[in-house]
Design a protein around this ligand. Structure first.
Ligand code: ADP
Ligand code: GLC
Length: 487
């Protein structure tokens, strides 16, 4: 089975969030199980030079889309058994960041067309192209239209994974028409049109052969109006092809026993873990003590992650004997809030604005608890990383948080974390207080941490679920012929 992952980010090359973790770890897990899975992504300026140096150029060709005709280089390298391809065009991708530019539409439409062309030079015929989020949503669309009869894509099926339904890649209809070189006939409600705009996400949702999302609960939630981002009716329509598969983490890359970012390696020993807390406190200039509970947050600072609940209760929770360490970047209002709190409570709050993989690992290792009261959460990898580093997650019961964290139950001693149901600041606060109170009971705390230890958060289970999705698709390959063709 040959699978081509088309993604806008992947570890170890470029990362802004969980998508990169998934696109790095899942192909590795699939390859280990005998599925030849390769990854194609843009060649960003951000890729570390040491890794970039290992790529060799495979081809140079032109990519025609709309009236444009652009240079494209294709590079190739192998890391830990996974082949990575890079799509090179400096005009589009040699920039400081990954997203958030005025011409993101053109950059990622180019990327989609470039992937369609690049396959000719890969020496690899994908049975399935597996696309992720809006940046690659137009690939399933192109496969069912312009490239339908192209021998480079003969018999290829597509899978589209929704990592976050909120980010849809919406642009003006005429602008997308111009980029794609298609007419209004592609912009009806049953194709790329979305309430008067053109939607890249719909390219995946309408045209992919199978849809997946990153947890069972989120798969259910997005079929409701509240979580559906105005795409719920389409998702209900396609519910027969939609499956939720919970993410795993790369347990080799994230292993407290073998992590150069942390000071004292540990696995089950809480006392060794707490030495990492003292080191973190020392590094950040907090009072050093193994006994003060330390709550960690590593996150994009966006509304999705529940920061409104955290802000509303921060002052009150700071009256407790507790320390907070926050690492993140995003909305200015949250950055200002936390900077201000750190200024006013220098002994209790430390904030680092930015993206920092080393500090993230030190926070997972050094914190006793990890707060993630998300408004919605397709899966969430941070709570899994927290569990892996024995930091007890405090979450809201939504999406993948609900599927991976079970609230501690005093009566039967089960549960690996703390959770609450409603998106309500006081429910969050009481849940944190409960965690702080139980932290004082050493026996109970050990039990909660140990309950987390028993579980497997790696890709073992979910890699198999993806293989089963791919196998189902390949069993019905001839169905491709039944699609209407628009050239
Ligand atoms: P999302 O993808 O919605 O941001 P996830 O929980 O799925 O949320 O994944 C977030 C990933 O990004 C985790 O690996 C987390 O450790 C990492 N991360 C988030 N913010 C930062 C940051 N500021 N610095 C370092 N790593 C971060
Ligand atoms: C998105 C979601 C997050 C998920 C990640 C990887 O960024 O917000 O919940 O874990 O994708 O699938």
């Amino acid at each position: 089975m040959n699978i081509l992952f088309a993604t806008s980010e992947a570890v170890p090359l470029a990362k802004t969030g969980g998508l990169a973790d998934v696109a790095g770890a899942l192909p590795k897990a699939l390859n280990k199980r005998g599925v030849d899975t390769r990854v194609v992504m843009p060649k960003y300026a951000q890729i570390p030079p040491a890794l970039l140096g290992q790529f060799e150029q495979v081809a140079v060709f032109n990519v025609a889309f709309g009236w444009r005709n652009q240079y494209c280089g294709l590079l190739r390298a192998e890391f830990e058994g996974v082949t990575y391809y890079l799509i090179d065009n400096e005009r589009y991708f040699k920039r400081d960041g990954l997203y958030g530019y005025d011409d993101d539409s053109e950059r990622f439409v180019f990327f989609c067309f470039a992937v369609m062309e690049a396959v000719r030079y890969m020496d690899f015929h994908p049975d399935i192209v597996h696309c992720h989020d809006w940046q690659t949503g137009l690939i399933p669309f192109l496969l069912k239209t312009r490239y339908f009869y192209d021998p480079a894509w003969a018999y290829t099926k597509s899978v589209f994974t929704i990592h976050n339904l909120k980010y849809q890649g919406l642009f003006g209809v005429e602008h997308l028409q111009d980029l794609l070189g298609v007419g209004y006939d592609m912009f009806y409600a049953d194709s790329l049109e979305f309430y008067g705009a053109g939607s890249c996400m719909k390219g995946g949702l309408v045209y992919a052969d199978k849809l997946t999302t990153v947890s069972g609960t989120y798969a259910e939630e997005i079929q409701t109006e509240y979580f559906g981002e105005r795409l719920d009716s389409l998702l209900r329509y396609r519910s027969g092809d939609l499956i939720g598969i919970v993410n795993g983490i790369d347990d080799e890359l994230f292993d407290p026993m073998n992590d150069i970012a942390i000071d004292v390696p540990y696995r089950n020993s809480l006392s060794r873990k707490r030495k990492n807390k003292v080191e973190l406190q020392r590094e950040l200039g907090l009072p050093q003590s193994e006994n003060i509970p330390l709550v960690g947050i590593v996150s994009r600072l966006v509304e999705q992650k529940g920061f409104d609940l955290i802000m509303a209760t921060f002052e009150e929770l700071l009256q407790e004997d507790v320390q907070f360490v926050i690492l993140g970047a995003g909305d200015e209002r949250y950055e200002h809030f936390f900077n201000d709190a750190a200024f006013r409570y220098p002994d209790k709050v430390k904030v680092w604005i930015g993206y920092d993989d080393r500090l993230a690992r030190r926070i997972y290792a050094g914190s006793d608890m990890f707060a993630m009261p998300s408004q919605f959460e397709p899966c969430g990898l941070s709570q899994l990383l927290a569990l892996r580093y024995r930091s007890v997650p405090i979450v809201r019961e939504t999406g993948g948080l609900k599927d991976t964290v079970r609230a501690y139950d005093e009566y039967n001693g089960e549960g690996n974390g703390f959770s609450f149901t409603n998106y309500n600041a006081h429910d969050y606060m009481f849940t944190v207080r409960r965690a702080l109170a139980l932290y004082r009971n050493e026996e109970v705390w050990k039990q909660i941490v140990n309950n987390g230890n028993k579980e497997d958060y790696s890709w073992n289970r979910s890699a198999k679920a993806y293989i089963s999705v791919y196998s189902q698709l390949l069993a019905h390959r001839e169905e491709k012929e039944s699609w209407p063709v628009i050239l």
